[in-house]
Design a binder for this molecule. Sequence first.
Ligand SMILES: NC(=O)c1ccc[n+]([C@@H]2O[C@H](COP(=O)([O-])OP(=O)(O)OC[C@H]3O[C@@H](n4cnc5c(N)ncnc54)[C@H](O)[C@@H]3O)[C@@H](O)[C@H]2O)c1
Ligand SMILES: O=C(O)C1=N[C@H](C(=O)O)CCC1
Length: 246
Amino acid sequence: MIKVGVLGARGRMGAEVCRAVEGADDMELVAAVDQDDVRDPLAAADVAVDFTHPDAVMDNVRWCVEHGLHVVVGTTGFDASRLDTVRSWLTAHGKGNVLIAPNFGIGAVLMMHFAQKAAPFFESVEIIELHHPNKADAPSGTAHRTAELVAAARGEAGTGPSPDATTAELKGARGADVDGVRVHAVRLSGLIAHQEVLLGGHGEVLTVRHDSMNRESFMPGVLLGVRSVAGLPDRLTVGIESLLGL
Ligand SMILES: NC(=O)c1ccc[n+]([C@@H]2O[C@H](COP(=O)([O-])OP(=O)(O)OC[C@H]3O[C@@H](n4cnc5c(N)ncnc54)[C@H](O)[C@@H]3O)[C@@H](O)[C@H]2O)c1
Ligand SMILES: O=C(O)C1=N[C@H](C(=O)O)CCC1
């Protein structure tokens, strides 16, 4: 039986995780904490799951690593510097692995994978992410990671920069620049989480799109992460691609 603690338990995702853990035959929910709650109950867990806020997650991960817990992190906002900081905590503390994934949706992970594979074959690549208006960060962690994967694949293949003749721009019109890939963020009532990767070539456009229709759709990936984190080969793993054999 895997003992699980949830951080952000009263949030949109955290509440969904609590339900998923309680519905899993091989798991027990031993702690459900949220903002301003003491974290001590988490010490009874084997695995902590964090779906909080980019401004809160680092202190939560530090606490969990210091207490020897495995941590599955869905909260977004991780850049290379933050990942290096997590690595330093893991080096200082011998127990526990950390799995950080901007998206636990199986379809979303496949979308990123397909985009990464296709990107070197097209002159232009841009990303449009679309989310509910209650989202704190922009662009999404998924779009940020997709852009990083696309840029790396294009760099390895020697694919040049996407053509862009823009010389006069209203600030923000061309979106965010992530490693040379333009990322556009839409916030709209009625949406959950959606992303399109647009790949343009000579006389053709390939669109790779994923739609998360509800937050339950993320749970198979979250539960996979909870079941897998203890046995991962590295102390820090980013993304669940390796858990899916990709
Ligand atoms: N990886 C994924 O698959 C995935 C999917 C959806 C959302 N997310 C990310 O998860 C995060 C949360 O999204 P959400 O929609 O659930 O947000 P939310 O605002 O609904 O929930 C966040 C919860 O965390 C709580 N919280 C804030 N600070 C805290 C702290 N220090 N300790 C404990 N709890 C704290 C809040 O009170 C709130 O209940 C965001 O970063 C979002 O981008 C990731
Ligand atoms: O609802 C959110 O917030 C989501 N955040 C993640 C991201 O930032 O990529 C995953 C999709 C939903």
